[in-house]
Design a protein around this ligand. Structure first.
Ligand SMILES: [Zn+2]
Length: 135
């Protein structure tokens, strides 16, 4: 298999409104140079390798799914000139790299907790102390 990505825009779709109108199709260039003869499957937005939530992509590539998705996207980014497509590729690459969890010590009880930046920016306290305060 010689895999590649075929990125296309779907302006007719409702998904255009959700900013989700760029389709990522995985193609096998050994099969054919022409689309859709070389179509393998769609590259799902979220790569889930859990058995019951698998997309076609992750059922085909199993544990390698994330790695292969990353390689395909990184490679596509090098040759892609369209700005919207480039942004979509970068968004997907970000989804493949989960954000590191930030730990902080609660300013009230001093216990370490997972900092959810957006929610606890001003509070810097753990969830229990936050709950007590707002009750
Ligand atoms: Zn606390």
């Amino acid at each position: 298999m010689n895999l590649g990505l075929r990125i296309s825009k779907n302006y007719n779709s409702k998904s255009y409104l959700n900013n989700n109108f760029i389709n990522f199709a995985v193609v096998d260039l050994d099969k054919s140079k022409n689309y859709p003869a070389n179509f393998v499957c769609l590259l799902s937005r979220i790569i889930n390798t859990k058995k019951n939530q698998q997309s076609k992509f992750s059922s085909l590539f199993g544990d390698e799914s994330k790695l292969i998705a990353k390689q395909l996207l990184t490679h596509a980014l090098k040759s892609e000139a369209d700005l919207e497509n480039r942004k979509a590729i970068r968004d997907r690459l970000k989804l493949l790299d989960p954000k590191p969890i930030i730990h902080a010590n609660c300013q009230v009880c001093n216990k370490p907790f997972e900092l959810n930046k957006r929610r606890f920016k001003q509070h810097k306290m753990c969830y229990e102390c936050y709950q007590k305060r707002i009750e």
